[in-house]
Design a protein around this ligand. Sequence first.
Ligand code: AMP
Ligand code: MG
Length: 355
Amino acid sequence: MKRIAALFLALGMVLAAGCAQKDQDGPEQREVFAMDTAMVLTIYGEDAVRAANAAEEEIYRLDSLLSRTNEASKVSLLNNAGGKMVPVGVALCDLIQTAATYTELTGGAFDITIAPVVSAWGFTTDHYQVPEQEELEELLTHVGMEHVQLSGKSGASAGYENASLDPGTQIDMGGIAKGYASDRLSVIFQEHQIPQALISLGGNVLAWGSKPDGSAWRVGIQDPNAPSDPNAYVGILQLTDAFAVTSGSYERFFEQDGVTYHHIIDPSTGYPAQNGLVSVTVVADAAQGNGTMCDALSTALFVMGREEALDFWRSGACDFEMILVDENGLVTVTAGLEDCFQAAEGGGYTYEVVS
Ligand code: AMP
Ligand code: MG
């Protein structure tokens, strides 16, 4: 038995060594499990191995900075500080400020202080339950960015370094962390002069450059009716130098007494958003900061619902395009994506391009 184990161990090492080696012209591929999700990195270029190493390291670093379930993270330090001002570092303070900007822009639909409500539903621990109305009402009194304070500007060019939360308030970066990570990876790709890469951080895609043959990357939009089938799409996006981020009610949910409850919470009610949308995909250029924007907006637009999301898109407050899928099978595609979106056949969906 021991010998067989040793043999497998040796074989495993050979295989691992094989995986680490990059074929001269082929991409460097990595699979990473972080931020509670499976991530896939495909990176081309001369410096692909070093870029992949740096990307992997950055993903783990951000996970341990932003995770609410990791007791050692800066977010946990802040959430458990009992109202005290604590040193959380410039990066987290900057991201909190960015999150606050999207709270403001989206009229409160995106709000990282939704954390205690997300916990009450059991989405942090997987011990799902429907909270009492009274409990939700009490928890909602602690939701709102006015309960977050930043301090410690130590110089004109330095940002905030310290943060505190009013007692009862907590933050949850789950709606923005993967988008922020994709922005950070784009910086790494720039530093390593990566010509092409495709990364998927659990629904957050960065299509960097084009495919090596010069054609666009093909990014599938998951069919919300078949969430466990990775090859079931409502359509395909052909993308070059773009972020594409999807929020969907099918990504995390539970059922109780025949009712389905999902993980995207409407901060105005404390309940999972219920407006007929089942997924929202936000697409923007691969400009710095847009990964974070797409992530915050996909969550916020899901909360808003179709009509309000279309009003927001038309307002021009942010520069993006989107695909909305509703529970009746209507797929709404904004005009800027018309040329790069290919509808899937036979899925029972109807498609509408809006301007
Ligand atoms: P996403 O998949 O990007 O839409 O993010 C969903 C996650 O963000 C949830 O699992 C929660 O951790 C968190 N969240 C839920 N509702 C909101 C909200 N209204 N604003 C910000 N974050 C939220
Ligand atoms: Mg999001």
